[in-house]
Ligand binder design. Structure first.
Ligand code: 5GP
Length: 236
């Protein structure tokens, strides 16, 4: 599949058109940003790790009946995807408190939640991705009730699949962010699932194995991504 013109360049990925109007190429960069892109850097080989980790996870999702935009891995840094219309809602699922939830509610990190917490954030850089709810989503006509019901249902299912997947690899899934898109008559899981978009803590030691190592200058960022990739590729 040939890469054509650039559709969109984001902070961590580039989307290219292909000669098929229904398909696009998602290319993973090594660039990393945090705190509303006020912190910038690169993480060597991050693009390769995230492409491979996302590819494996999308395949697992498809096997479990979750529809995704993933078609196939093309090379080290690229995957072929269905060209969806991204719904500008960042869906966050939390199993253990961290990050934004601790700041929002003034609670400590690491509390295990009895029930997963589902949050929606408006995907809008200029507004700093504010927390919002379904009523805001309907008021802004971002998505319909039927679409949001589908997205919530898929998100809880994805959470359980991911908890089990990472648990077998000795990692606790703390939280993660998902994006969905419209494709023909369907809603598909889109974007990526990687240590850029998930918090993963090593069981027992609680060592952070994700982008928090970059955000908080904890060191060994590349090694953490490589280790997650190694565990993801481990057949269990
Ligand atoms: P928080 O709301 O605590 O900052 O983030 C919750 C989870 O969603 C974390 O795993 C975080 O990595 C992910 N997340 C939230 N917003 C974004 C975003 O804009 N970009 C990326 N890559 N991940 C995000």
């Amino acid at each position: 599949m040939e890469r054509r013109d650039k559709v969109y360049e984001g902070k961590a990925k580039i989307l290219y058109n292909t000669d098929d109007a229904d398909l696009a190429i998602q290319y993973f960069k090594d660039d990393a940003t945090a705190f509303d892109a006020t912190k910038r850097g690169t993480i060597a080989s991050k693009g390769i790790c995230n492409n491979k980790i996302s590819s494996v996870i999308f395949k697992v999702m498809e096997d479990k009946g979750i529809p995704t935009h993933f078609v196939k891995e093309l090379d080290d840094r690229s995957m072929l995807v269905k060209k969806v219309e991204i719904i500008p809602v960042e869906v966050t699922l939390r199993n253990i408190t961290a990050g934004g939830m601790c700041r929002l509610l003034g609670i400590e990190e690491g509390i295990i939640l009895d029930l997963p917490v589902l949050e929606y954030h408006y995907k809008d850089d200029a507004l700093h991705d504010p927390l919002f709810n379904e009523y805001h989503i309907f008021a802004l006509k971002i998505a319909t009730k039927e679409e949001m019901d589908k997205i919530a249902d898929l998100s809880f299912k994805i959470n359980q699949i991911m908890i089990d997947f990472f648990s077998k690899r000795n990692l606790d899934l703390v939280d993660f962010k998902l994006e969905f898109g419209r494709y023909k008559k369907d809603i598909l899981l889109a974007d990526e699932i990687s240590p850029d978009t998930c918090r993963l803590w090593e069981k027992g030691t609680k060592k952070k194995m994700d982008k928090d190592r970059f955000r908080r200058d904890l060191g060994d960022v590349e090694a953490a991504y490589q280790e997650v990739l190694k565990r993801v590729l481990t057949v269990v």
